[in-house]
Write a protein that binds this ligand. Sequence first.
Ligand SMILES: Nc1ncnc2c1ncn2[C@@H]1O[C@H](COP(=O)(O)OP(=O)(O)OP(=O)(O)O)[C@@H](O)[C@H]1O
Length: 263
Amino acid sequence: MALLEAQHINMFFGGLKALNDVSLQAEEGKISALIGPNGAGKTTLFNVMTGFLVPTAGKVLFRGEEVQGLPAYKYVEKGLSRTFQNIRLLQEMTVLENVQLGCHHNMKQNLFDELFISPRCRREENESRESSMEALEFVGLGDLAGEKAKNLPYGHQRKLEIARTLATGAEMLLFDEPCAGMNTAEKAQLSELILDINKKLKKTVMLIEHDMRFVMKLSDTITVLAQGEWLAAGSPEEIQANPKVIEAYLGTKRKAVGYHVGD
Ligand SMILES: Nc1ncnc2c1ncn2[C@@H]1O[C@H](COP(=O)(O)OP(=O)(O)OP(=O)(O)O)[C@@H](O)[C@H]1O
């Protein structure tokens, strides 16, 4: 069953058509990837599917319910959480505080509770600390909870963002270029982490990624965009052997035989 679905999405930025009639489905319990050359419209589609952009036309369905047009925080409440291409951390706050920010949509406390540190306030703070610590332990940053975010190496900062999505309790996580800027060892660790998130925590995952080895190793299904249009969808093997995909990446008619996208 499709957990998240985009149907016939069009997205204009002024006169530029960034997405032209794009549809895709993310199956529940799977890892799906969105790939395509620079400027293909991947991040725009992510933004549409997570409430950061309202599509010019088309629908977004989460568990079969139309969600396009809702504010982004409502998407989180419904169970969708994401990371961004550019790291978005509060650098002067601690690692734990950054993760706790992801839990705020679960809190019911009001100004009165906060001013007088009511029992509800204390209970919710404890709960958010616990779930944030669990998320940090899961990504392997538990020991660094008290460190300022700015002191973390780049690869750890990316993991911290992933921990923040986990702490929201969302059932579907979307990662925009999770291994950008990472070295080979960090990428290998990250792919294990994403597999664990999918298999052990049973989260549905969708990711945008330029590193084809990473994508081919992790993904159950891949959708390819090129110049704002849907180009292909299928298993990693099908996508690697698809001449249209190879041509979109290379801009040549090079034969599919023996060639791997991204080589
Ligand atoms: N807010 C915006 N205003 C105007 N044009 C935009 C905006 N966001 C994206 N675009 C344009 O839409 C097109 C698709 O951009 P998008 O960032 O979605 O591509 P992408 O596939 O994610 O690329 P990359 O792999 O380089 O990140 C590009 O031509 C881009 O310049």
